[in-house]
Design a protein around this ligand. Structure first.
Ligand SMILES: NC(=O)c1ccc[n+]([C@@H]2O[C@H](COP(=O)([O-])OP(=O)(O)OC[C@H]3O[C@@H](n4cnc5c(N)ncnc54)[C@H](OP(=O)(O)O)[C@@H]3O)[C@@H](O)[C@H]2O)c1
Length: 322
């Protein structure tokens, strides 16, 4: 066997052995509790958790009870958790993730892996990776794409960064659902942020929509079947291509139509926050006149050509893509 192949096999083997030693979680909120509950159902116990509120007299009993339920051990300090774990998974909050990574770095050694599954922006994940790498440890940028409260330890995670493969090898021993995305730390975080733009956008549209329906005296439940599957004969994952093509090619007309709808929403007394944004985005794309280059019945799989064209034209007509 070639030298580097042999090294790789040995490293995977070492990682599988690591799986029998310590995995430590920082934070003991919804994600960690339900992930550990899922693992516990499969008979995997003995994971370690650092919860800063375990020291709080008002909360420590509850924390111990929850740890007992999922068969986890509570570490006495962050230092103790980090020093005793081969893989440390930070599951706190996006806005404190950098500070938690910096504190953990004080106790990390080469060979350990620090995995950050917080919803932090890519630049923060890259900065965390630099801090972790500076002490010789590996970094895994993890993004959580399904809810542990629904699917326990089987929640889909994408992972990028220098230690993504090693992290997957170790966590695969626990039958977790991890997919490596090639590239540096920050790539997984970018994917999560993009998914969030979509999901939070849809949530906000639903909220504005529900308020309008209520004011218009329409039972919103009547609209459920129209929204869930608006496209006939098309698999759900093709929705984006279909709407992106129509949005880009018919933008001018759609923006005009929505200006009329905006008047209706104003008459209802609802501030059309999402609707105004819709009109702005359609008017923006209309300026690129994509209908000069593509037909509305173009092949769905070619929809990315529209985006490439917009960026190409933006240089020629000095219209910034923003
Ligand atoms: N919930 C989900 O399904 C989901 C999905 C995708 C991504 N995420 C991400 O996963 C992470 C965890 O989410 P969660 O829902 O489990 O949050 P959560 O229920 O609010 O729990 C957060 C945990 O972090 C601890 N914590 C907060 N600040 C800390 C600090 N400075 N040092 C140490 N511990 C700290 C909290 O401790 P205290 O209780 O003492 O405050 C708590 O144990 C977040 O970054 C979230 O964005 C969650």
């Amino acid at each position: 066997m070639e030298g580097n192949k042999l090294m790789k096999v040995m490293s995977v083997h070492a990682d599988r052995e690591t799986a029998n030693s310590q995995i430590g979680f920082i934070g003991f909120g919804e994600v960690v509790y339900h992930t550990l509950a899922g693992l516990s159902k499969e008979g995997i116990r003995g994971m370690r958790v650092y919860s800063r509120s375990a020291k709080d007299p008002a909360r420590s009993l509850l924390q111990q009870k929850r740890a007992g339920e999922v068969g986890a051990e509570l570490a006495v300090s962050l230092e103790e958790l980090v020093r005793s774990s081969r893989v440390i998974i930070s599951s706190v909050k996006g806005d404190v993730s950098l500070e938690v990574a910096a504190e953990a770095a004080r106790y990390l050694s080469p060979g350990q892996i620090f995995a950050d599954l917080n919803n932090a922006i890519p630049s923060v994940k890259r900065r965390s990776a630099e801090i972790i790498n500076a002490c010789g440890a590996g970094f895994a940028d993890v993004c959580l794409l399904e809810l542990p409260i629904q699917v326990g330890s089987k929640a889909l995670m994408y992972v990028s960064g220098d230690s993504a493969e090693r992290f997957k090898n170790i966590m695969d021993c626990y039958n977790m659902n991890i997919q490596v995305i090639p590239g540096e730390a920050g790539i997984a975080a970018s994917i999560k942020a993009l998914v969030n733009i979509y999901q939070k956008g849809v949530q906000s549209v639903y909220l504005e929509f529900a308020a309008c329906a209520h004011k218009a005296g329409i039972d919103i439940r009547l609209l459920e079947p129209l929204l869930v599957k608006p496209l006939v004969n098309l698999p759900r994952e093709k929705d984006m291509a279909f709407w992106l093509i129509r949005g880009a090619l018919l933008a001018k007309r759609k923006a005009g139509e929505m200006k009329e709808v905006l008047k209706m929403v104003e008459e209802l007394g609802i501030h059309p926050i999402m609707l105004e944004a819709t009109i702005q985005r359609l008017a923006w794309v209309a300026r690129f006149e994509m209908n000069k280059y593509f037909e509305a019945d173009m092949e769905l799989d070619k929809y990315t050509e529209i985006i490439d064209k917009i960026f190409e034209i933006s240089r020629d007509i000095e219209l910034e893509v923003r």
